[in-house]
Design a protein around this ligand. Sequence first.
Ligand SMILES: NC(=O)c1ccc[n+]([C@@H]2O[C@H](COP(=O)([O-])OP(=O)(O)OC[C@H]3O[C@@H](n4cnc5c(N)ncnc54)[C@H](OP(=O)(O)O)[C@@H]3O)[C@@H](O)[C@H]2O)c1
Length: 335
Amino acid sequence: MALIYLLVVVAVLGLSILRFLCRPRPVKIPIKDRHVFITGGSSGIGLALAHRAASAGSRVSILARSVSKLEEAKEDIRNATGVEVAVYSADVRNMEAVRSAIEAAGPIDVLICNQGVYISGELVDVDMNDIKFMLDVNVVGTFHLIKAALPKMKEGSGGSDLPKSIGIISSQAGQIGIYGYAAYSASKFALRGLAEALQQEVISDNIHVSLITPPYTETPGIVEEKKRRPKITNKLAQYSPVMKAEDVAEKVLNGIESGDFIVSCSFIGHILSISTAGLSPQRSYIMAFIELVGISFTRFVGLCYLWICYGIVAKYQSKHLKNSTSTKVAPKKNA
Ligand SMILES: NC(=O)c1ccc[n+]([C@@H]2O[C@H](COP(=O)([O-])OP(=O)(O)OC[C@H]3O[C@@H](n4cnc5c(N)ncnc54)[C@H](OP(=O)(O)O)[C@@H]3O)[C@@H](O)[C@H]2O)c1
């Protein structure tokens, strides 16, 4: 009895300390009647986000390159929700084009940097131009968007002191390196550094950053990527359940509205986020408590996952090596 009493006292004391420590402070970010600007909003996760934000009563703008895909998305959202979204055609790699689109769209309350490209392949085979392309769209493009939108976001919109948000779509591949995604993972890891540093810089402007880490999601983009995905990457992908874009969009908007810094979209995503929490901001003392208690367990789960990964890689590579050695020695035999 005394032991239970002691444990309760320690837990209450621990939670009170965490409540005092957790930074930034909890926040609620409304999206109804507010301007939500979504890049890559003509396809996949971005399109699902635009649908959901429009249904929630936001004023929605979407940006992508292809005008025809943007018009298709606009019609699709109009038919489903009755809401007219604004569309902007620009390549995020072009700072001037991004600046013009953001100026034309007007002050933004919630900026969601979702555009992204992924080309998988063993690094030794991936063309350097493809690597630069991924870094340009995923990383430099995100810098362009934030640099273009931030000055007006910092000014406040018409005296409103409602909190604002910058949502950055990373990936689970931005939390762990995955075979076949060296360049893509690098681009998504980079976004974490950007998000963590930016949050400190904009906290006093009442701007809140969310770093979103979706798992594999059914989208037109992933269908294309699958066509050249290495065999080992495909085998590893079997351990990551695939989500629907609509379900990811729901988690993303809920996470942004709750001001969460890391937004995980699935159970495995939560385990991953706990084991890679590091020094990332944490607003919720309950989540901080779960991280503290769960970290050894999630590290153990991580070690089991790595054991499986390295097992698959070793098995495939030894088989592959054996095959290539037997092809090389074959001519000798015939001689
Ligand atoms: N699907 C997944 O399994 C998954 C998993 C984790 C994270 N993610 C991340 O989630 C985000 C969305 O992925 P998705 O699968 O929904 O992709 P998607 O279906 O391929 O859609 C990508 C969107 O980005 C736009 N876009 C691409 N390059 C652009 C550029 N240079 N400038 C402006 N817009 C550009 C595309 O339109 P245009 O081509 O017309 O420009 C399209 O609207 C990406 O950041 C991706 O890395 C996806």
